[in-house]
Design a protein around this ligand. Structure first.
Ligand code: PLP
Length: 373
């Protein structure tokens, strides 16, 4: 394999999924695996399914098509409201979609009838993240409209937390979602089978001691893939945080004097990150850049520091070490660095098969909880 590349340990993803499915299962909450950060990579999706998720969700129909083409037949939901030009593809490849506009529901209904299909609608409710969502006071009227639309079946309601804002949900927010589910059913009959409480930002609530009410599903991407709680930024007990690794080649290695000679070219165009540096430092230049990933959020080898990145180069302070030209540097990824790398055409994606899984399962019998620092 060449670099730059992302190496994916499918066994770790499956283990993470299984661990979350088990822990949420005892709280009456199912897990939908969110594949948008890996661009609908079919092997990753399969690893999630092997770990027991009840279905998959993605925000782009192109990613869903990729999974369908690879033979994945499980229920898949569109978690971004469909655009006008993609109604037919959404009906053809997704079992359900998350929606916030009646015009979209009507178009989905008509596309579904054309294809002789029935499409499930899940209504996204605004609960304070201020991204997409129907205002709670409008939900009942909206739900009645959906129930009256041929070709579309109302299947549930959902909320989003800490997607755009970074505000974690409170027990009060979750209680409100449960109450809304009851109110919709009082008005429209028993049509709220699914109450999807949010994404990874909601895990702390879901795994806590409080009542889960009517919430019976979470849509998890970051927790399964990265093993990280997005609100605290901390590892989740028992999960792998290194299922993905990024490799980039060193194309220059030499000491360079500091501080870096940076002059603000256009003072208003953003803050400069001036690097304080006591004299000479070893530097490595990597053949990877902002076009391939979010370079500033890569997790470098211990002792190394990020100096800066341009579209195609990333400069690393390698402290006392010299790294040979032509060698590869292995780095960890943040969720957004992963998302960019997986969608970058020049970054190769390689999977490590689940060779270690039996060994890990044996290990688990003797050590019930795997703790990864
Ligand atoms: C991205 C996304 C998720 C998953 O969020 P994670 O933080 O990755 O778990 C869930 N729902 C919607 C609507 C999303 O856009």
């Amino acid at each position: 394999m060449t670099s730059p590349r992302v190496e994916i340990d499918l066994g770790k993803i499956e283990e993470n999924a299984r661990c979350l499915v088990r822990r949420l299962g005892v709280r009456g909450i199912s897990v939908t695996g969110v594949t948008k950060a890996v661009c609908g990579h079919a092997d990753v999706a399969m690893a999630m399914l092997d770990g027991g998720v009840v279905g998959l969700a993605d925000s782009r129909v192109s990613n869903v098509s990729r999974m369908r083409a690879a033979g994945i037949a499980c229920p898949i939901s569109m978690i971004r409201a469909p655009m006008v030009h993609e109604m037919n593809d959404v009906i053809g490849s997704c079992d359900a979609s998350y929606n916030t506009e009646m015009e979209t529901i009507l178009k989905l209904g008509s596309a579904a009838r054309d294809q002789g299909a029935v499409h499930d609608a899940i209504l996204m409710v605004e609960t304070g993240d201020m991204r997409d969502g129907i205002m709670p006071e409008d939900l009942i009227d909206f739900a009645s409209g959906v129930v009256a639309t041929p070709g579309v079946t109302l299947r549930g309601i959902a909320a989003n937390f800490a997607c755009m804002g970074n505000v974690a949900p409170t027990p009060g927010d979750m209680a409100m979602l449960s109450r809304l589910a009851d109110q919709v059913e009082r008005a429209c009959g028993p049509c709220v089978a699914l109450v999807s409480g949010g994404g990874s930002a909601n895990l702390a609530w879901a795994l806590g001691d409080g009542a889960t009410g009517r919430i019976n599903n979470l849509r998890l991407g970051e927790a399964i893939l990265m093993g990280i709680d997005p609100v605290s930024g901390r590892p989740i007990d028992g999960l792998h945080t290194d299922a993905f690794a990024l490799f980039a080649e060193v194309i220059e290695a030499r000491p360079k004097p500091g501080p870096m000679p940076m002059r603000p070219r256009a003072p208003k165009c953003g803050k400069l990150e001036l690097v304080s540096n006591n004299g000479q430092g070893n530097r490595a230049v990597l053949a990877i850049g902002q076009q391939d990933t979010e370079a500033s959020s890569l997790c470098l080898p211990p002792g190394f520091g990020f100096i800066g990145a341009t579209s195609d180069h990333t400069v690393v302070d390698t402290a006392k070490s010299t790294v040979p030209v032509g060698s590869e540097m292995k780095m960890g990824l943040s969720y957004s660095a992963l998302m960019r790398a997986m969608s970058a055409p020049d970054v190769e994606k390689g999977v490590l098969e689940k060779q270690s899984l039996n060994a890990m399962a044996k290990d688990r019998e003797t050590h019930p909880v795997l703790r990864i620092a």
